[in-house]
Design a protein around this ligand. Structure first.
Ligand SMILES: Nc1nc2c(ncn2[C@@H]2O[C@H](COP(=O)(O)OP(=O)(O)OP(=O)(O)O)[C@@H](O)[C@H]2O)c(=O)[nH]1
Ligand SMILES: [Zn+2]
Length: 386
């Protein structure tokens, strides 16, 4: 698994030439991005003055971006839209973009996306499967697992599978250590099971214990996303990690807003020590987007029983000749496990339905342009040349 080489070792005191970037450095701007921006600029003679910005939140078609002049809302340029070949080409939280910052204008126009270093994405169902990026340029992906009855090596394996290919370095964060009599033993068991390149650390977010184990992944300008099952303790972890630095976040905010006090919805924000935490709804649903393939595997005992159901499309709820219900009646199948099986199955179905509906309404909205030919976008060349 390749991760962002050098992310931890960048010298952030080195002045970066070309742009005024003091605010951006707090958002992870570094020599690598400077280079990418310069490469993109060199390919095109850009009539407009574009500045780099990082996407900190996304609301369907509107983005919140951090520029060196402060935070702005923005939308993508018409040409960008035209050249995008799918959802995956659109900016996502964490992306670096090149934007046009018109003086006196509160809104910016996004003209280009800088090539991503990493992207956590999901496949969404529509008329065809499409990639949707739910977080970009993540250095470390914290996979949160509670050290209680939810602890499960198979699940950890599925998380790692889901994280694979994102180019973000996964870190297994075993939380709720206070509920576990032998957390270090569990950590050892985990380490023995996962690839040696993946760290596993123990914390208790509730008691604020073990921050030193996370410190190596929370360096200046490093972007961290948090994913894991519902109830695993993601919110508690995020709150704990961001708590110590409310003040600093406040300072940046007030600087940007020139004294105005604003509370903005942000899905990417700096914390103590200079790391950036990413908290997007899509990332939180990690358990759902990988569950689909994991469901059968996770409930292979039930799948085996289901092979003997009378009807092939048996839902194992009240059907006659259902082998799953029969096993439940005899006690061979644990009721809690059965309930869990139905519940996750319904969550997956619900998620898939929601995605189909979202996709359909999106297609309806863009119905006018449906027949228009689409070009494959080349991110280094999608600058608006008008
Ligand atoms: N004892 C203990 N409880 C914890 C710890 N971290 C979280 N919890 C509790 O676990 C429950 C779930 O925690 P959350 O942080 O809401 O979990 P989540 O992963 O954000 O859950 P979703 O919002 O459903 O995705 C809450 O009741 C927390 O108080 C911990 O370190 N120790
Ligand atoms: Zn059945």
């Amino acid at each position: 698994m390749n991760f962002i080489r050098g992310a931890k070792h960048l010298n952030h005191n080195t002045p970066i030439k070309g742009y005024k970037t003091s605010v951006l450095q707090a958002y992870g701007w570094n020599e690598q991005w400077e280079k990418k921006a310069a490469e993109a600029a060199a390919e095109h003679h850009q009539a407009r003055a574009l500045v780099p910005a990082r996407v900190t939140a996304q609301f369907s078609h509107v983005y919140r971006v951090m520029t060196n002049e402060g935070e702005r809302l923005g939308t993508v340029a018409g040409r960008y839209q035209y050249e995008a070949s799918g959802k995956g080409d659109y900016p996502a939280v964490g992306d670096w973009v090149m934007a046009e910052l018109a003086p006196g204008d509160e809104r910016v126009v996004i003209h280009a996306l800088l090539p991503r270093q990493s992207a956590v994405s999901r496949k969404v169902a529509g008329s065809q499967w499409q990639e949707q990026v739910i977080g970009a340029n993540i250095d470390f992906l914290f996979l949160v697992i509670a050290l209680n009855q939810d602890f499960n090596l198979r699940r950890i394996e599925r998380y790692l599978t889901a994280a694979m290919g994102s180019c973000a370095q996964p870190v297994i964060v075993l939380t709720k250590a206070d509920l576990c009599p032998n957390p270090e033993e569990m950590a050892e068991q985990t380490r023995a099971f996962i690839p040696a390149s993946v760290p596993a650390v123990v914390v208790s977010a509730m008691n604020g214990e073990g921050r030193e184990h996370l410190a190596p992944y929370l360096g200046q300008g490093v972007t961290v996303a948090v994913a894991g099952s519902s109830g695993a303790g993601k919110s508690t972890l995020l709150n704990w990690l961001s708590e110590a630095d409310r003040m600093r976040v406040q300072d940046i905010r007030e600087d940007d807003a020139k004294g105005r006090h604003t509370t903005t919805h942000r899905e990417l924000f700096p914390i103590a020590g200079g790391a950036l935490l990413m908290d997007t709804p899509g990332m939180r649903e990690l358990q759902l987007w990988h569950a689909d393939e994991g469901h059968e595997e996770a409930f292979s005992d039930i799948a085996a029983l289901a092979a003997n159901c009378r009807y092939r499309d048996c839902r194992h709820e009240r059907e006659e000749g259902c082998a799953v219900l029969a096993a439940l009646a005899t006690g061979d199948l644990d009721r809690r496990r059965y309930n869990n099986y139905l519940k996750t199955g319904k969550e997956i179905a619900h998620q898939a339905r929601k995605e189909r509906i979202d996709q359909r309404s999106k297609e309806r909205r863009s119905g006018a342009s449906a027949g228009k030919p689409r070009q494959k976008v080349n991110h280094s060349r999608n600058w608006d040349e008008e």
